[in-house]
Each structure stands twice: as C-alpha cells, then as structure tokens.
Design a binder for this molecule. Structure first.
Ligand SMILES: Nc1ncnc2c1ncn2[C@@H]1O[C@H](COP(=O)(O)OP(=O)(O)O)[C@@H](O)[C@H]1O
Ligand SMILES: [Mg+2]
Length: 250
C-alpha cells in the first residue's frame, strides 16, 4: 500500500519533471444560451521541457483561444491545466499576473505594442515590470532588438514601423524576458523568408534550453522543419500529432 502510494507520487513527480504544459479535456465556449459557440471541445495537449511545438490548423479552429487559455489570459470552462507543475486555475487573479510576468512570454498575433513607447521601451517592458533598473533593461532590450535586425529603429514609435518591424519588436519583447514558456501566435506572418528564418531560429534556441519550451501557432510551412512536434487542430480539437522529423511539406 505504502509502496503503491510512493510509486504514484514518483510517477507524478516524473510527469512534472518531464512536462512543462499538461492540458487535459480543455473546453471553452463564447457567448450564452442559443448563441453559445463552443470553440475548444476537449483539447488534450502536453508540451515537454525543451520542446518546440508547432500548432497548426485552419483559421477558426481555436489555436489562438488555446494559446490564451494556456497563457491564463482566458479561463477554460472545463479541464485540467498544469503549467510548470502549477495548477494555475487555482491561482488568484494577482497570482496569475505574477506567474505570467515571471515565467511566460507572448508574441501576439496583433503585436499589442504600446503606442506611446519606442521600440526599445516596448522591448524593455517585461524587464521593467520585473523591477530591473531602467538603464539595464534598456541596454538588454536594445541588444535583443539588434539581434532581430531592428538596431536601426530603436527609437521609433510603433506607428512609424511596418508590420514586419512591429512584429520583430513584439518578438524582441518576448525574447528579452527570457521566459520559461514562450507562446507565439503567427510570429512570422509579416516577415520575409530570411527574417522569418532567423526569428524562428532564435525562438527555437529558447525552447531548446533546459527547462524551457516554445509553442508556435503558424500557417507558415517554411518553418515546419523547426518543430519537434506538429500538432494539428481542427474544429476545437487536436486531430493529429506529428513528429517534426516526419518531414512535412506544404
Ligand atoms: N472573444 C470571442 N468572442 C466570441 N467568439 C470568439 C472570441 N474569440 C474567438 N472566437 C471564435 O472562436 C473561434 C476560434 O477562434 P480562434 O481561436 O481565434 O481561432 P484560430 O486562431 O485558430 O484562427 C472562431 O470562430 C472565433 O470567431
Ligand atoms: Mg488565431
């Protein structure tokens, strides 16, 4: 009996040490009554430590909603969700905010840059809210911006930047915080092939570090080769999980 309990605890601890994200039976609907739209219909998804996971599927299949649930931005209606071994559903709103600040990074589909801040200031935000002195935060943000080819636009406001440039600022902001779990929604959609390639290599380098993982939502078949696994979503469900080595095309 005691041995049985011990084995169960060990198995549980092993699971926690292997998986950075464990989602089981996640459902999410929008609206009420007869206008209620089920968007996630029972999603199971695990992401291992050190994994770069690509999430693909048709528009409207629930990819952004799933990413928002994993980020704790939206609350699931049902299901279990463990992030970094924590049951974030049980967290208070302020604990969730702190958890996001300290462990998660996002590249949003619509960039969500702060319009009155320069590129450098935008990229420094995750560091400033963690309390890093401004001079250090700005120096680090500028270094990351240079690494995504934005060294010439450090002082530009978002409305003076092209879509692709804004996307790179959003990526620099996510990279600057060096998050344990990085969530990216269509991060290469506005980038040319060469820049997209470089950015995905940087995202991959983060995911491959110990104790880290990256989830990338994408339509972009040019980057499929960068995923350890490719998860196909359709109509609110995970339909197929493919090994990245299975050489996908198209
Ligand atoms: N806040 C919302 N309110 C109502 N419906 C929403 C909301 N967010 C998403 N949806 C709907 O949920 C479905 C899935 O959206 P989304 O997760 O953005 O899909 P994807 O990212 O795969 O394109 C779509 O039909 C969309 O219209
Ligand atoms: Mg989307």
């Amino acid at each position: 009996m005691v041995n049985g309990v011990k084995a169960t605890v060990q198995e549980f601890e092993h699971d926690l040490s292997r998986w950075l994200v464990r989602a089981k039976g996640i459902t999410k609907s929008f609206g009420e009554g007869h206008t209620k739209i089920p968007v996630l219909k029972g999603v199971d998804l695990d992401v291992a430590r050190g994994e770069v996971l690509l999430l693909v599927g048709p528009s409207g299949s629930g990819k952004t909603t799933l990413l928002s649930v994993i980020a704790g931005i939206l609350e699931a209606d049902e299901g279990e969700l463990m992030i970094l071994g924590e049951n974030i559903k049980a967290f208070s709103q302020s604990a969730k905010t702190l958890f996001r600040r300290d462990h998660l990074g996002f590249v949003f589909q619509q960039y969500h840059l702060l319009p009155t801040l320069t590129a450098s200031e935008n990229a420094a935000v995750p560091l400033l809210i963690r309390g890093m002195p401004k001079r250090d935060a700005m120096a680090h943000a500028e270094e990351v911006l240079r690494s995504v080819g934005m060294g010439e636009r450090l002082a530009s406001l978002p409305n003076r930047l092209s879509g692709g440039e804004q996307q790179r600022v959003a990526i620099a902001r996510a990279l600057a915080g060096d998050p344990q779990l990085l969530l990216c929604d269509e991060p290469t959609a506005s980038l040319d092939a060469e820049t997209g390639h470089r950015v995905v290599e940087q995202l991959r380098a983060i995911g491959k570090r110990p104790d880290r993982a990256v989830i990338i939502v994408t339509h972009d078949s040019r980057i499929f080769e960068f995923g350890d696994r490719i998860v196909h979503m359709d109509d609110g469900l995970v339909h197929q999980i493919q090994d990245g080595s299975e050489q996908v095309s198209g």
